[in-house]
Design a protein around this ligand. Structure first.
Ligand code: DC
Length: 244
């Protein structure tokens, strides 16, 4: 049997609201690695589909759009930018329209195939902490370190609410003065997260699932710093690097 060589990469998967992005960013910094937010590439496809008024049920048309997505990660600053047809669309990929369309776009096997190739090409040299849904299973099947972050639906809803209140682009209401969310708005958000989880877990290709060799961590009772510390300790051993 040929054993494939393990790559010097870290895979972080898990549902939305588990702190994956922040943890990945801080962990990458601590390790001296680059962080890759793979969700941004699917968001760039959605942005392209909206720009081109593409029928989201048309897999071939969405795949054409996917082929025009590129990504750049600055080696010095670590800053990541995504492009559609050469246009930097990074500022627009977190809009509610893109967020709504992305689950539909990300279920398409041909779109996923184009994105996975892009993600593999971007990280081929190693030294990446990549976060997403299928990193440990599909993008980095040979990564030395794989983590699956999880937390209860309630905790993830509360975290997302806090993020929305802190970030003007995430305001629940279109009014200029931030307001406390109503019970209905909280319930709607909870349902949106639950539906997105279900779409991510049930899709036929690249579903959200912990890789058999991933370390599963429930971040519900951990602060971000505690989570980063826990992951860092494991990475130091598995990647055989010197601790800070
Ligand atoms: O992490 P995020 O919310 O930015 O992800 C956006 C969407 O892309 C979400 O519906 C999950 C999907 N996604 C995926 O299917 N595979 C990945 N590796 C990353 C994200």
């Amino acid at each position: 049997m040929i054993m494939e060589e393990k790559t010097n990469n870290v895979a972080i998967d898990g549902p939305a609201g588990t702190g994956k992005s922040t943890v990945s960013k801080l962990l990458a910094k601590k390790l001296g690695f680059l962080m890759f937010d793979t969700g941004a590439t699917y968001r760039a496809v959605s942005y392209g589909c909206i720009e081109c008024k593409t029928d989201l049920t048309d897999e071939a048309a969405c795949t054409e759009i996917a082929r025009k997505v590129t990504v750049e990660i600055n080696k010095e600053s670590g800053e990541q930018r995504v492009f559609f047809d050469g246009k930097d669309c990074t500022p627009y990929i977190r809009s509610p329209e893109v967020t709504k369309a992305v689950s539909q776009v990300a279920t398409k096997p041909a779109v996923r195939s184009v994105m996975v190739n892009l993600q593999k090409a971007t990280t081929a040299c190693g030294g990446f902490v990549a976060e997403g849904r299928d990193i440990g299973t599909v993008v980095f099947p040979n990564a030395k370190c794989k983590f699956y972050l999880d937390a209860s639906l309630e905790i993830r809803t509360q975290r997302r609410l806090k993020q929305m209140q802190e970030d003007a682009t995430y305001q629940l209401s279109s009014s200029s003065t931030p307001k406390e969310p109503t019970e209905k708005e909280i319930a709607d958000l909870r349902e949106t997260i639950a539906l997105r989880d279900e779409a991510d877990k049930k899709r036929a290709v690249g579903p959200l699932v912990a890789a058999p060799d991933a370390i599963v961590i429930d971040t519900g009772s951990f602060t971000i710093d505690q989570t980063v510390e826990e992951l860092y300790k494991i990475c130091v051993t598995k990647l055989d690097i010197k601790s800070e």
